[in-house]
Design a protein around this ligand. Structure first.
Ligand SMILES: [Zn+2]
Length: 407
């Protein structure tokens, strides 16, 4: 898992050849490798890493390894700098994604369910893939999306109250915002019959995800992926995201370099597609931090504990950076804490902002952060409404203390 040097499988070799022969970007990579023996197996670890910058610079179809008429869908995501990352898919690609998702979702959804898909549909593949997979397991689907003025968050909340979906496919932050809207309108969200929250992104600490789902009386199931890497992690029956090993080969590397991290360490997830026709990716740096782990469910595929974006790490004056998720887990594990914890630097000091925590709870949170990082933290509080407003303003970016101070 942590190195690219495992014996190459036929499937991996086929994918490497397909990419190096057909994708305009990888043909250039192959061109720079000329002189090596053409019939010898390609060694994955010998290939350069592919970055989001590479994908953005190649343009919308710069990676597309199929002829134009075979493209069944074109979608985009954006990297942390806002650059569009294009991804085409063939009918076969879409079928494989839907089948993998449907197989995983069968443990969580079925014909008796009505599911709301509350993540963006515009240009993105994730909502459409989830929609198709839920339909494939027989669930009813309402595609409320997340960005369209046709269905703003107020309308989504009204529809949740009226239609009472049993499954909500969203992010923990959107689930919280919907909960707050319904509560303000006099509803009791726990009484609305939600059974499962399928979290599609918005990585947060396990303690926070459980708390958000519990507010609704639901259980949490995690998926992981992007428009470029759909269905890369899918939930087991216990709700933990496992690597979709049939579709991806994974490496975990030092986010500040290129070396593999030791087994069980947290690092940047690097994915190689195994069955992509339209957009094969070889050693793609996802920019996402994961810690591979064993899951109690017995599934031998590695569980992917999500730790947020590489750029969201907190860097101490010396020593190893900490992920925002690690810091959040330490703080929100303190009894008496609530649903939010923003961490970062403020006025030159490591700072955590909590929602509605008492003085004693803030002191305990400061102790927990010191135990984790070895330095002193200031811990302040803001009310939950301020967090809801700041989260909406921050969009996909992780919340920082400055976002709350600005309010
Ligand atoms: Zn599991």
């Amino acid at each position: 898992m942590t190195t690219a040097e495992r014996p190459a499988t036929d499937r991996l070799q086929q994918q490497l050849r397909h990419a190096l022969d057909r994708s305009p970007y990888y043909r250039r990579v192959a061109g720079s490798r000329r002189g090596r023996h053409d019939t010898a197996p390609v060694v994955l670890a010998d290939l350069p890493l592919t970055t989001a910058e590479d994908v953005a610079a190649a343009g919308p179809l710069g990676f597309a390894a199929v002829e134009y008429p075979r493209i069944a869908r074109y979608a985009e995501s954006r990297d942390h700098a806002g650059r569009p990352l294009g991804a085409a898919a063939t009918t076969g690609d879409l079928r494989r994604t839907t089948a993998a998702m449907a197989e995983a979702l069968r443990a969580h959804a079925g014909p008796a369910d009505l599911a709301f898909v509350a993540v963006p549909y515009e240009l993105s593949g994730g909502a459409q893939d989830t929609d198709r997979a839920l339909a494939a397991v027989g669930a009813g689907v309402v595609g409320v999306g997340a960005l369209s003025p046709v269905c703003p968050p107020e309308r989504t909340a009204e529809l949740v109250a009226a239609l009472r979906p049993s499954l909500l496919a969203t992010t923990p932050d959107r689930a919280l915002a919907t909960h707050a809207r319904l509560t303000a309108a006099g509803h009791v969200p726990r009484a609305l019959g939600q059974r499962v929250h399928l979290y599609l992104g918005g990585p947060c600490s396990p303690v926070r995800a459980a708390r958000v789902a519990e507010l609704w009386g639901a259980t949490a199931a995690w998926a992981y992926g992007s428009t470029l890497t759909p269905a890369a992690g899918l939930p087991c029956a216990a709700g933990t995201a496992h690597l979709t090993a049939a579709l991806y080969h994974a490496e975990v590397i030092d986010p500040d370099g290129t070396d593999p991290v030791p087994d069980g360490g947290c690092g940047e997830l690097v994915l190689t597609t195994l069955a992509a026709e339209a957009t094969p990716l070889l050693r793609y740096r996802t920019g996402d931090l994961v810690r591979p782990a064993r899951c109690g469910c017995g599934d031998p595929r590695p569980a992917l504990q999500q730790h947020g974006r590489v750029e969201d790490r907190w860097r101490p004056p010396s020593g190893a950076p900490r992920t925002a998720v690690e810091l959040e887990q330490a703080v929100l594990s303190v009894p008496g804490t609530g649903l939010y914890c923003a961490t970062g630097w403020s006025a030159g000091r490591p700072t955590a902002v909590l929602d509605e925590a008492t003085g004693g709870t803030r002191s305990e949170a400061a102790r927990a952060l010191r135990a984790l990082t070895g330095i002193a933290w200031q811990v302040t509080a803001a009310d939950r409404t301020a967090f809801l407003t700041a989260t909406t303003r921050a969009g996909r970016r992780r919340l920082r203390p400055a976002d709350l101070e600005a309010l």
